[in-house]
Design a protein around this ligand. Structure first.
Ligand code: GAL
Length: 697
């Protein structure tokens, strides 16, 4: 256990009653001390003290402490307890819960309660309730029943958040804030519609400009006024659908800003502000909504209980890319959830692997949802750490071991983060655009992204996932699968990267549409066709796999294939289709062109996994990328975090067979009590986890 974690802080000795009374004053006095002592790696849980008698809290917190937990997230659905009547605030319980947590050496993250409005609010102000696309207004109940654009709702949200920030913004035990909870559903009420029209007017200036970009002569869609534009999330002109998604993004971003401003006005800068997002969530553009936040966080669930490590790894990298910094896993499951057809439990080893994988990919905290189930309410069946009797269930023991090891590793992890030479570009515009018009029902953008990610991660053992607007100069290889919507500015950015010596690989369906979701007249890849010296002649949705072969091997394409044509003598054909649907036979499937020291490549098909690995391995080698640790078998995950003069390896054996690895340099094991001294080899037993530290040369 780390000394930093258990060492008594001077203010801990203060009697609980005194702490509650002195609250804010103590906060101002000792805020810095709490900050300095905070371990670099935290483990915690979602705790709902409002659901239990106060007399029970010390017992809960003692059990948490015994499991080496050091942070609780509280309050994110507690509005009716915090403000039981309009303008009447009850915070004494929260004062006490925070002080009690602190007395047990546990930090607190406060969730703003706005995902669950109280009944007095929605019954007195029914216009704050969300409206579904079919015009039905949500009833009070469940959660997320509010309209994200309602000025009235935002006013109430700002009031409660201001009260919280005034009270806890300098509390030394409160280390951060979570805004709302898993934001997502839009509203289709009259106010939102008015705001959508105003948004369109701001964007296009004149309705004639909108008509031109949306090609509204099609199906007599021409508008005379912005107010005539319908508001729909599907079955519409794709240009409208794409703009609706962007409007939804901006509306959520301003919803977040409303709360962030209220917090920042009163909170100490050391308190971070985040919001917890869902896996691969595309309800809005996370890069935009993250701008106002200090840190990204997400809720990691494997509902089926079937843990596939690459499938989870890509999501960690995705979330790290929202801010290109360390992030938190704000929720994860103690064994199982309650919202899947079969809520199978993760095996204990998978819980350990999941947690360490998150840290390997840049997480600095892992919190379990939830501590103990409320006796009633919608989530009675969900996995917890305590049973209804208030004593540990088996998952508690697994978490205790994870937390103990993380406490031991925290000093080594401090100041480190993953750094990658390979980036993948992830674009919400492109995901949405393909989602509106899939053309082949199995063309799922996330699945296709996974198909590119897996070989890259296996080879390079570290991949950044970033927005197409992110700075790219630091990457030797940039891969953009299905970058369907490619604005002129993004195309210039990518071309500059290639001309600067970067290697760019585009996947199928890339560069088809401009920023308004209109087809680029050059065909794919739009403004990059001249740099590539080639283009897509025609695309084909596939019912059956087609063969292809060339200098990079042979294999099959399925779901999607594009016949390419080279239009420059410098453009090389790397693969061609074999005999297939008549249209593709003998046509180029992959084109590449050297541009100075860099290159641009277009892969026109969804390749089978083995061929994808061959093809991408070749580009990785050309870009001079080497594995962090060579020679690992396919179930071994290698993660590396560097910084503060250290290199920390997190090695996870996800498989059932042992493997001995040779490290590039001798390293010291961090997790074992008897710190066995430096060694350049490490034996990974099945499902084992090793954390090793070496100086950064
Ligand atoms: C999350 C949510 C939590 C809880 C959890 C159960 O999506 O943020 O409040 O409902 O799911 O898995």
């Amino acid at each position: 256990m780390s000394i930093a974690r258990i060492g008594p802080k001077p203010w801990r000795a203060t009697a609980l009653a005194l702490r509650v009374a002195l609250g804010a004053a103590l906060g101002l006095l000792f805020g810095a001390a709490a900050d300095a002592a905070q371990p670099a790696l935290l483990v915690g849980t979602a705790w709902y003290p409002e659901q239990w008698p106060q007399s029970r809290w010390p017992k809960d917190l003692a059990l948490m402490r015994a499991a080496h937990l050091d942070v609780v997230r509280v309050g994110e659905f507690a509005w009716s307890t915090e403000e039981p009547r309009q303008g009447v605030y009850h915070f004494a319980w929260l004062d006490r819960a925070i002080a009690e947590a602190a007395a047990h050496h546990i930090y607190v993250v406060i969730g703003t309660p706005t995902a669950a409005p109280p009944a007095w609010l929605t019954s007195r102000y029914p216009e704050t309730l969300r409206v579904h696309q079919d015009g039905r207004r949500a009833q009070h109940g469940n959660r997320q029943q509010f309209s994200f654009s309602s000025p009235r709702y935002r006013e109430f949200a700002q009031q409660i958040v201001t009260r919280l920030a005034e009270r806890y913004g300098h509390n030394p035990d409160v280390i951060g804030w979570q805004v709302d909870n898993e934001m997502g559903p839009p509203s289709f009420d009259a106010e939102t519609r008015r705001q959508f029209h105003a948004w369109l007017k701001r964007k296009y200036g004149t309705v004639a400009n909108l008509n031109r970009h949306w090609t509204t002569a099609y199906w007599s869609e021409t508008y005379d006024h912005f107010s005539q534009v319908p508001m729909r999330a599907h079955d519409e002109n794709p240009a409208l659908l794409l703009d609706f998604k962007r409007f939804v993004t901006d509306t959520w971003a301003s919803y977040v800003e409303n709360q962030v401003a209220a917090i920042r006005a009163h909170a100490a800068p050391r308190q971070f502000i985040t919001t917890n997002t869902t896996h691969w969530g595309d309800q809005f553009d996370q890069y935009v909504v993250s701008r106002e936040l200090d840190m990204a966080s997400w809720d990691e669930y494997v509902p089926s209980g079937r843990y596939r490590w690459l499938h989870q790894a890509v999501q960690q990298d995705l979330v790290r890319g929202y801010k290109n910094e360390g992030f938190w896993v704000m929720e994860t499951q103690p064994a199982f959830v309650d919202w899947w057809p079969v809520n199978a439990a993760l095996p204990p080893y998978a819980m350990r692997e999941l947690a360490w994988q998150a840290v390997g990919h840049g997480a600095n905290a892992v919190l379990y949802w939830q501590w103990r189930s409320a006796l009633n309410g919608q989530e009675q069946y969900h996995g917890t750490l305590l049973g209804p009797d208030g004593t540990p269930v088996p998952a508690y023991g697994v978490v205790r071991r994870i937390a103990a090891q993380m406490a031991r590793a925290a000093p080594a992890i401090a100041g480190t983060s993953p750094h990658s030479a390979v980036a993948m570009l992830q674009s919400y515009d492109s995901r949405w655009a393909i989602g509106f018009q899939r053309q082949q029902k199995d063309f799922r953008v996330v699945k296709e992204f996974d198909a590119f990610y897996a070989p890259l991660e296996r080879f390079a053992q570290s991949v950044d996932v970033v927005s197409p607007e992110a700075p790219l100069a630091r990457y030797r290889l940039v891969v953009a699968p299905a970058l369907n919507v490619l604005s002129a500015a993004e195309a210039r950015h990518l071309a500059a990267y290639v001309r600067g010596g970067g290697h760019l690989v585009l996947g199928p369906r890339s560069g088809m549409k401009d920023a308004w979701d209109a087809l680029w007249p050059q065909r794919q890849p739009g403004p990059l066709t001249s740099l590539l010296g080639g283009r897509v002649q025609q695309y084909y949705a596939l019912e059956h796999p087609v063969p292809l072969s060339g200098v990079l091997g042979s294999g099959q394409a399925s779901i999607w294939a594009e016949a390419l044509s080279a239009r420059s003598p410098e453009t090389q054909v790397l693969m061609r289709y074999g005999k297939s649907n008549g249209w593709l036979d003998g046509k180029p499937a992959i084109l590449t062109r050297k541009v100075g020291k860099g290159s641009i490549t277009y892969i026109g098909a969804w390749l089978d996994p083995a061929l994808m690995q061959n093809v991408l391995d070749d580009f990785l080698r050309k870009a001079h990328i080497t594995p962090l640790i060579p020679g690992v078998s396919k179930n071994i995950e290698v993660c590396e975090r560097t910084g503060a003069g250290k290199r920390v390896w997190i090695l996870i054996n996800h498989g059932d067979h042992a493997q001995t690895l040779r490290l590039p340099s001798p390293a010291t094991p961090v997790l074992t009590a008897d710190a066995a001294g430096q060694s350049a080899t490490v034996m990974l037993a099945p499902h084992s986890i090793h954390v090793l530290e070496a100086p950064l040369q």
